[in-house]
Design a protein around this ligand. Sequence first.
Ligand SMILES: [Zn+2]
Length: 924
Amino acid sequence: MKHPVRRLALALAVGAGLLTPAAASAAYPQQNVLPVWPDNANDASANIGDIPYDEIAPKLNALQTASTRVSARVAGKSSGGYDLYAVVVTSPETDAETAQQEAWKQLIEDDPVRARQDPDLLAGYKTPLFVNGNIHGNEKEGTDAIMRVIEQWATSTDPAVDTLLKRNRIVFNVTSNPDGRVANTRANAAGYDLNRDLTIRSQPEARLIADLIVQHKPIITLDLHGYVNPTLLHPSTPPHNVNNEYDLYIKHGLPNALNIETGIAALGYPEVTRARIPFRDDAPGVWDDFPPIYVPSFAMLQSSIPYTIEAPLQPGNGADRVRRADIDTDVHDVAIKTSLKYIQDHRNEVIFDQAEGYRRGWAGEPLRDIPDGFVPGWGPEDKYNTTFPRAYVIPAGTRQHSAPAAKRVVDLLLASGGRVTQAKAAFTSGGTTYPAGSYILDMHQPKRGLVNSLLEPGIDLTDRVDDLYAGPGGWSQALTWGATVDTLWEEVPAVQTERIHSGVATGVVPSANTDLVLDPQDAEDVLAINALLGQGVKLTRLTDGSVLIPAPARPLAATQATTRGLTLKPAPAAWSGSTIADKVVVAYNGGSEVRDTLAALGFEARAVTATTLTTTLTADVDVLLVGGTLNPATLNAANRAALDAFLARGGGVVGLGTAGSAFSTNAGLLTATGTAAVSLASGVANLVNEGGPVINGAQPWAFIFQPSWYTNLGPNAVVEQRFAADPLLSGWWRPNATNTNGQAAAAGQASIVRGQSAGGTGVVLIGTSVVTRLHAKGLQPQLGRALLWASAPNATVTSVESGIGGTVPATLSLALGAPASFGPFTPGVAKEYTASTIATIISTAGDAALAVSDPSTNAPGRLVNGTFSLPQPLQGLGTVKTWTAPTSNEQATVTFKQAIGANDALRTGVYSKTLTFTLSTTQP
Ligand SMILES: [Zn+2]
């Protein structure tokens, strides 16, 4: 039985990362019994009197039992496997009331002009406040304030609270980092700072935060941290993200901050008399809201008024630690209640202004030029504006650099609240013709600032600010995630479109039954290569860096291509490369980012340190990935011997940054001096691709975050990629005090170097930021190609194709055939025909073998003429000559014989086959 309507609704929910339709329409409260976690005596919270993680679920369960105002659910899992709790506190609603609230919330975005003229909406819409707790696991008291406020509002009999909850929905992410809360770490269990992940969303915790913001459209977003004394509150210093309707934000953001400051001073603690508001109190760049990687800067692009709140007192381990933590809890409590009061006191205005942000997007209005003094302290240093293009096109078809990369960008845009359509027919726009299926982003859309922030190239901030809070200064997913994204300044394509809710990547598999080639230009390509190797398929890495898949593995390859949206091509007529017989195993030193990038590429990977080389560099390891300091000179004897043995048996090396070049130089493999930029140098780099197995086919941009470059290269070095003469396309990059590592120093220098050591080790050094924060999706395939090359750098097999055939003429007159032709076959006469071709051989290998094969599945081993094939097989296939020493320009005659019987039926026309000549070696 078919349920097309329900299936459509489900697709919408999955694509947009929204609640299921059933959950969204059920009345509040939407209560769930939360699973209870076992008591954990090691939870770091208890030591400072904060609530241990395992006590959160029981308390929320009890509050749900006690109060119809509380709705709790497990909204996701942390990286370390803990439950993430989303709680909504509001007065109970009927089904109809909940449906009405959802409809109003959607109307504010879909039709903001109508929404703000709707008296019922203005009177009845429950304005949302979102509070995100404990994103840094060792900054705990946001969670304690959240639990306290939930309890107070759940159980209060105060009529004012009742009114408040009838007019608001307060959404809490109780602890957005349970892993860190329990272990007292800033990062989650996987090792990531979640407050740098909002536009990458590599981590489940960050995905939930973004989903809650996109779903609930909070008027105000609070992200509760510690510890900055005095209490730090947004608004921020410049640079401000250039895509925001900053007037709509700052007009509320600053007054509410001042209210919070007044509120925390009124607590009466001598430690808390005032706040630090960076916008008011700090120099540009000290505490900026530029990259939307942070919760508040992401929320601002959703038309929310966001805050970082840094509670003032590090609890520490002293005798007063519980008192200090309690003060922090009180500060967060004030921030939550003051912000809700601000929404109450300015209800119509904040609804109007949220809608106004969406209205300007729909209307395609330029960003406002905000006059000096718009709010106290607003000046020329705060002016950051962009110009929106009319549309973006993410092409389908051959113009697209990578279909899976395009899908990844589209899915990020959709999950961020962007609106994407797909063309239902081919169209021409901006002088380019695009096939049907191309994605179109009409920039007249409510969250155009968010969309543009992810897609525009970005600006060069270097001369505008002396500093950045954390960077990066540029990030453009359009330039750094490996997809082709075109900008249309003047027009939106005139073509029928369909709104989509998830990206698609369509696989391309050639119909001819030949060997296939996959050119890795995305992590999905490398995943497929590693999957095929895992299935026992023998692949060949060709000298250009692409990978040959033999025809018999075609069904497995086709499955990979259709599942992952990969493009397979027919193998070229002539190729040479290196056989990859089994899974490539990588030993790596480096942190979570190296580990997870290798996982994203599907390599079998093992962590290694300077003291575990003996046990980790086992015989099956193909490549050592040096992602952090590893000095051969300081290894102990056993570990040095293990490294030497690994290199002696041809193990490859891929090195990242200056750690990679230092290792390569110290190990005597490939000499290079690595220079790193200052730590905050970051953004999108301009590059010149010189070509080679690592960089072939790559785009000329890279994500950089403290990039490196290589000079004083040894004679065996081949430069595959350089920094352009103007290395920084967008971002921030100043030199150090001695002016040795700025843009001028990097201009024209090598960013990717390849070489073979005297002992035969393949080495690749990469100076772009392949692994940082898992941002650089577009660089991941380059790392994959480097690992594949380094695992077997020498060509061990060469293959060329040559035609062979004979003609049955329509008459009995003679005709000369081309070389490698049998000449005319005479029907009715038994005869053996002979043809030969000359193969010219150059081999520097220790041994070599020349073989000829018929790769076709159409009458294998027989000449064919359309659907007819000769009754007797072609003779001369197989190994035709072997060598046990090198040879140059040797001419080998390859002879074929074709027997024709007196009774063999022959069809007029050409009998032919394309044969594959393969020269291979086992001793390159
Ligand atoms: Zn923090």
